[in-house]
Design a protein around this ligand. Structure first.
Ligand code: MIC
Ligand code: SF4
Length: 583
């Protein structure tokens, strides 16, 4: 029986269990990526576990979320990240060098390998034929020490692409269409493996957008074959020698199949509140927006930046709009400078930020109260932009650029011919943003970096009050909010715990502490969204011993599972197994 590419990737890394859907498996980890949000906690956990060095062949720590270093607590985190990387054997990617997923794909992705990351969008590298999964910090700490990554074997769905994208229709519309059809619950417990004749026309950057935002479907990960498109991407980056083919067998079998005709798609927009509230752009065309942004790990590619430049060149951004671009990596930004894109963007009135997650996680460019914001990003959960009653619409970079010119959400097809983007033959940019480890140096912990709190072993029985009852779709943004004010406490669990459920129930921390121990009751997809370690250890620190949520949230793999498993396992302080013994 022929094997899917996913099965080949899993079986070639299998160290425990059997690759049968739903059964727990353990995989060896070739590469690890860590960020300045959950990565600091994962490194602290790695140190607490007493490992002498990082074992996987490639480990990279990225200072990418809060590169503005809004106060010294953030800079302290970055200094710690740099020091542990140097000492234990990880490359350090300096603030401004780019968003982890984009940079990792450009500089380190190797088809056929496994990658574990402390961030929910780690699956982006699935665009290069990797098995790339986002996980909780403790899972990553164990992988850093050389341990396997345990998770339930997902079902594998083949997504069969036919046709080709029409003018003004983008890879973002592909993933928005899947979100429209399947919702944010649709990928739970699954891996999507893309195939079919439609693949040939999708550039690596477009595959990256699709693989990246599979996180919003709740997928464990997404996998694309490594083919000539992948080879040309790596060659352009001077990494042709890292290419190797990766493909399913001709007669591969799958658990399920979805068909998608690329030529049938049109430009789409997700309405505020959730990435699956998707409508055709015509339905919201004419809505006035004050803010338009293009970037994040979903739309920060060269292709996105070049398409936007083609659209705004020689025109002016609308007077009532703030238009901000976040190139995904320093390589892209440098290439934009070399190829002359920056001058045209600046002349049109666009603002070009450092290469950072920035406003995607609510750090900077917070919308004015009541303002509508249109973003070629990936998430629009309520409050994520940094203001309580926000109204964030998600779209492709071309819808964003068209709307930045008019001041209202605009169907780009009204602009005439679509932008012709050519890829530069080489992205010959500097590697000065990487620091190689040498096993030396002191590890300095600023005053805001606190020791890792330890969990308790699971008791046979649990007698505790219910502290909070919630409905479905509770995101990690609801549990532990994004934003600069909270992010500075990612290495300080006692402090960040005070922000738990800030917008849902501000009294929660005080109530939990007064009770001493308690239970949270959730519905479906508790812990969806970001793989936010603070959403697991924060409630645990406040005394939450268990989260009772319906089974569908528990099987959410990857980043959401990383978090929710940790949360659900708070009573034993381990994210290692699912389902936890306590439920
Ligand atoms: C996000 O997109 O919400 C983040 C910030 O990148 C998170 C990580 C975090 O909260 O630490 C994610 O997606 O995992
Ligand atoms: Fe950064 Fe946003 Fe991507 Fe999260 S989703 S890694 S905050 S760019």
């Amino acid at each position: 029986m022929g094997r899917s590419l996913t099965r080949k990737l899993i079986e070639s890394h299998l160290v425990a269990g059997q690759a049968v859907a739903g059964e727990e498996i353990g995989l060896s980890v070739d590469q690890v990526l860590l960020t300045d949000t959950n990565g600091t906690m994962a490194w602290l956990q790695f140190e607490a576990l007493g490992f002498p060095r990082a074992v996987p062949g490639r480990v990279v720590s990225y200072a990418d979320h809060n590169v503005y270093q809004v106060d010294s607590r953030n800079s302290d985190d970055h200094r710690y990240l740099q020091a542990v990387s140097r000492r234990y054997g990880a490359v350090f990617s300096k603030p401004g060098n780019g968003i982890c997923h984009q940079v990792h794909m450009e500089s380190f992705a190797i088809p056929g390998q496994t990658l574990l990351g402390t961030d929910s969008h780690t699956p982006l590298c699935g665009a290069a034929g990797m098995l790339a999964i986002g996980a909780g910090g403790l899972d990553v700490a164990v992988a850093l020490g050389g341990g396997p990554y345990f998770f339930p074997m997902p079902a594998v769905t083949r997504v069969w692409l036919t046709g080709a994208l029409r003018p003004w229709v983008t890879a973002k519309d592909v993933i928005l269409e899947l979100l429209r059809r399947l919702t944010v619950r649709g990928g739970t417990g699954k891996i999507f493996e893309y195939g079919g004749p439609g693949l040939r026309s999708l550039l690596a950057a477009q595959r990256m957008t699709i693989a990246n935002m599979g996180a919003e479907l709740g997928l464990t990960t997404s996998v694309f074959p490594s083919d000539e498109v992948t080879r040309s991407f790596l060659t352009r980056l001077g990494r042709g020698e890292d290419w190797r083919p990766a493909a399913p067998d001709e007669d591969a079998t799958y658990d399920d199949q979805i068909e998608l005709d690329l030529s049938g798609l049109t430009p789409l927009v997700a309405l505020p509140g959730s990435p699956d509230r998707v409508v055709p752009v015509e339905e919201v065309a004419g809505t006035a927006v004050e803010q338009v942004m293009v970037g994040s790990c979903t739309n920060g590619s060269w292709h996105d930046m070049a398409s936007v430049t083609e659209i705004v060149r020689g025109r002016r951004v609308h007077p009532s709009v703030s238009f901000v671009l976040f190139p995904g990596s320093h390589k892209i930004l440098e290439t934009m400078a070399r190829e002359g894109l920056l001058a045209d963007l600046l002349a049109a009135g666009a603002t070009v930020s450092e290469s950072t997650c920035g406003s995607c996680a609510g750090i900077g460019h917070v919308p004015a109260s009541g303002a509508k914001s249109l973003r070629a990003f990936n998430r629009n959960f309520a409050g994520r932009s940094g203001v309580k009653d926000d109204a964030v619409y998600l779209c492709s970079s071309v819808v964003a650029a068209a709307s930045a010119l008019t001041g209202v959400i605009t169907d780009p097809r009204t602009l005439g011919a679509s932008p012709a983007v050519t890829l530069p033959p080489r992205f010959a940019a500097s590697t000065a943003g990487f620091v190689e480890p040498d096993g030396e140096g002191d590890i300095v912990r600023g005053p805001n970096i606190k020791p890792v709190p330890l969990g308790e072993p699971v008791a046979e029985t649990l007698d505790a009050p219910v502290l909070l009852k919630l409905g479905d779709k509770v995101s990690t943004d609801d549990i532990s909010p994004a934003g600069a004010a909270v992010l500075v406490f990612r290495s300080n669990v006692p402090a960040i715990a005070e922000f738990c459920f800030k917008y849902v129930d501000p009294e929660f921390p005080a109530r939990a502490k007064a009770a001493g121990r308690g239970i949270i009751v959730g519905g479906e997809t508790y812990g969806q969204g970001s793989s936010r370690e603070a959403a697991a250890v924060g409630p645990m620190f406040l005394g939450v011993r268990a989260v009772l949520a319906s089974r569908s949230s528990s099987t959410t793999p990857g980043r959401a599972r990383g978090s929710s498993a940790t949360i659900a396992c708070a009573c034993r302080g381990s994210a290692r197994r699912w389902p936890p013994a306590c439920l």
